[in-house]
Every structure is written in structure tokens, then in C-alpha cells.
Design a protein around this ligand. Structure first.
Ligand code: FEO
Length: 407
């Protein structure tokens, strides 16, 4: 049965959520599912903005037919060709063959890659600043390459002052009846899933995201409609959201917090991290987090690294190299252009510890990384010598956090 939500005078939310999916992009665990958003404008001409993933295409097509109620579909604006949004494009075109597809030059290259469709005479190729008038609404197209694919654009509705923002401002997590961000306690729970989405999906493309933010700041925006997660419409919340993106896109930490990431085989490295964490606690450092990188999925680790200012990496040596889960994690950070952090390193190895050297090499290749202290090196377990070094490191970290708070 159809189910649609009106979000403005003549605009409907036409998305759906998938709660069965295990991993988004077959990569990122989504225990709370994910929503695929699409929007329909019923103006003098009818306009569909993006489609949905195959997983929810059945209900989507039913909703679309219900809302069109016999009208023809005039335009399909394709802001992003990734199949979580474009997989149903061909199905829509089969049902509504008169529709004109609007997209960038690269959009049409990708349509040919993904589909066998004859779109001759049915496309409108747009570039930065081009507009489409459909009656009351005039849509302006704003190019947003690499947020998150090269063909991406966002669409600004001048009439309703809505930014249809593609992947930008999206979040993991199904929508459960509350379509609007102001209907959920977003800053309590959903924010961590939005951060995880940004850091892992878009995080590599901070420069391109900054360019898009600068363009968005020149627009009068009353609503943001992303392709995942809730719709934003409260001015203060939109301001808060853009502030978060401004931090993430420039790789600046949100919180002056300490996060300890460790790998441990027989408990020696974990014990060193417990000694450090407790010493930090005694020094009144608050909000300390510890993660075993073999236990927590790397997408959560990347998100926590994007959030916090002071990061400790403690790892075992394995095959005369860095422990695999830690190597994967730090490599992932490097691939996401990670930068601007204060880092401390601890290593372990029962005969020839080298994991510290490897981690220092990794972080030295990233931009603006400040190392605290020397690498603390242990063989198998923490001895009194290392305990003394760990306590000194805790003092140094606590002082650095305090200084960051003062700045
Ligand atoms: Fe949600 Fe880049 O697709």
C-alpha cells in the first residue's frame, strides 16, 4: 500500500527504508538500516528528483503512481548516479517513457554504463547555474563533483528555497515515520551515524565538500532534502548541520577528547592502554574512549577519529609489521585524507617490536599531525619502566587537551 509524506505545498517525500541490509555498499554495517530518499514535485510540470535502490523499488513505484494519479511524469532530475539512488531509473523510464532526464554530462555517461537505454531526445544536459522552470518552481543546478561521485550535482528550488543535496547531509539509519530531523533527537544518537556516513562515504573529498558548502552559503535555504536520512527544515538545526559539515570537510576535530585505539593479542597492549586511560581519568580528562580495533568495525573507528582531537594508537607487531586490523584502520584514515590531529603511539612485540615505527611512518605522511611524546615500546607486557613512561604520556596528553580547550 502506498505511503507518502508531504513536505511542502506541492512536494512529497517519496523514499523508503531498508532494514534488512547488512552492509551499505557491501562495506559498512548498518544495524539501523538506511533510507533511500526521492522527492516528487507536482507543479504545472511534474518532477521526480532521483529514484531509489532496488531494495525498495516496489513500494517506490507504487507511491509514485499514486501521487501522479494519472498525470504524466515530465522530468527526472538525476543528482547522483550511484545505484542506491539510480537503480530504479530504468524502471521509472519504462513506466513513464515521456519523461526528460536532467543531469550533467557525466550523468549520461554513467547512465550508458549502468543501463541499456535509448534516451535519444529525452535528455536535458545541464551545467553550473542552468535552470529549469516547471511553473511555480525554478530549479537551479549546482555542480558538486566528488560529493561523492564525479557526476554529482545538487538542485536548488528557488520557489520553495529547498536544497536537494544528493549524498551531502545524508546519514545512515532507516527513517521510522519521522521524516524531519526536528522530530528525532538527532544530536543525541543520529549524529554519530551521520558522522560515520560522512567520514566513510564522503570524508575523502573534504575539498570538494568545502566548495559545495561555500556555494550553499550563498543560497537562502529553508529546507535541505538529502538522499539518505531526514529532511532538515528548522533554521537553527540547518545552521548546526552546516557547522558540523564545515568541521568535517576541513578535517577539524569536533571535540577535545581522547580516543585510544588498540590491537592486542594476549592482553599486554590492552593493559598498557588501560593504564593510560586510568591515568588520564585521574588527571580529570573526561570523555575518554577505548576501542579494540579487532572488535569494532573500522567504519566506526574512522568516524571516532574524525570526531576527536587526541588519538592514541597502540599496536602489536605481527609478521614483522603492523597488526593487520590496525594497519587496515590507519590505511583507511590515510585514504580519507585524514589530518590535523594530535597523536601518540605505543608499540608491542615479544622479540622485535616494529609496529610503532610503522605507525609513525603512516602518520608522518599525513598533513598536520602533531606527535606527543616518544613511541612507548614494550616487549610482551608493561613493566615498571613503561608504566612510568605511560604516566608521563598521560600528563602530556592531559596538558595538551587543556590547552586545546583554552584556545
Ligand atoms: Fe548514497 Fe553516493 O550514494
Amino acid at each position: 500500500m502506498y505511503q507518502t509524506v508531504k513536505i511542502s505545498d506541492d512536494i512529497w517525500y517519496l523514499g523508503s527504508s531498508d532494514r534488512r541490509i547488512a552492509k551499505f555498499e557491501n562495506c559498512f554495517p548498518v544495524p539501523d538500516g538506511v533510507s533511500y530518499n526521492s522527492y516528487l514535485v507536482l507543479d504545472e510540470k511534474t518532477v521526480l528528483l532521483d529514484t531509489v535502490d532496488h531494495a525498495v523499488s516496489g513500494v517506490f513505484l507504487e507511491n509514485l503512481a499514486h501521487l501522479l494519479n494519472g498525470r504524466k511524469l515530465d522530468y527526472i532530475i538525476v543528482n547522483h548516479m550511484e545505484p542506491d539512488h539510480a537503480a530504479t531509473l530504468a524502471d521509472v523510464l519504462i513506466r513513464y517513457p515521456g519523461a526528460t532526464v536532467v543531469g550533467t554530462a557525466k550523468t549520461f555517461v554513467m547512465i550508458r554504463q549502468f543501463f541499456e537505454l535509448n534516451l535519444q531526445g529525452k535528455i536535458q544536459q545541464v551545467k553550473e547555474g542552468d535552470t529549469l522552470c516547471t511553473g511555480r518552481h525554478t530549479f537551479t543546478f549546482v555542480m558538486a563533483p566528488m560529493v561523492h561521485w564525479p557526476e554529482v550535482m545538487v538542485t536548488y528550488d528557488q520557489h520553495a528555497k529547498i536544497l536537494f543535496s544528493a549524498d551531502a547531509f545524508g546519514t545512515f539509519g532507516a527513517l521510522n515515520g519521522n521524516i524531519f530531523a526536528d522530530h528525532v533527537a538527532f544530536d543525541r544518537y543520529e549524529i554519530s551515524e551521520m558522522r560515520r556516513y560522512y567520514a566513510n562515504i564522503v570524508g575523502k573529498y573534504g575539498t570538494q565538500t568545502q566548495t559545495l558548502l561555500n556555494k550553499a552559503l550563498g543560497l537562502e535555504i529553508e529546507m535541505i532534502c538529502p538522499l539518505h536520512g531526514p529532511v532538515w527544515r528548522v533554521p537553527k538545526k540547518i545552521e548546526w548541520l552546516i557547522g558540523k559539515y564545515a568541521k568535517w570537510a576541513t578535517y577539524k576535530p569536533e571535540d577535545h577528547d581522547v580516543v585510544i585505539f588498540y590491537s592486542s593479542v594476549y592482553g599486554g597492549t590492552e593493559n598498557a592502554c588501560e593504564v593510560l586511560a586510568n591515568a588520564l581519568g585521574e588527571l580529570k580528562v573526561r570523555g575518554i574512549k577505548m576501542y579494540d580495533v579487532s572488535v569494532t568495525d573500522v567504519s566506526y573507528l574512522v568516524a571516532e577519529a574524525f570526531r576527536a582531537s587526541h588519538l592514541v594508537f597502540a599496536a602489536t607487531t605481527y609478521n614483522n609489521a603492523l597488526f593487520p586490523a590496525m594497519a587496515h584502520f590507519i590505511d583507511d584514515l590515510k585514504e580519507h585524507n585524514f589530518q590535523n590531529r594530535t597523536v601518540a603511539v605505543m608499540e608491542n612485540g615479544s622479540w622485535a617490536p616494529v609496529s610503532g615505527k610503522k605507525m609513525v611512518e603512516y602518520f608522518s605522511a599525513m598533513k598536520n599531525i602533531t606527535f606527543l611524546g616518544q613511541t612507548i615500546s614494550m616487549k610482551s607486557t608493561v613493566k615498571e619502566d613503561q608504566r612510568t613512561q605511560i604516566l608521563a604520556l598521560a600528563e602530556e596528553i592531559a596538558a595538551s587537551v587543556e590547552e586545546a580547550d583554552r584556545r
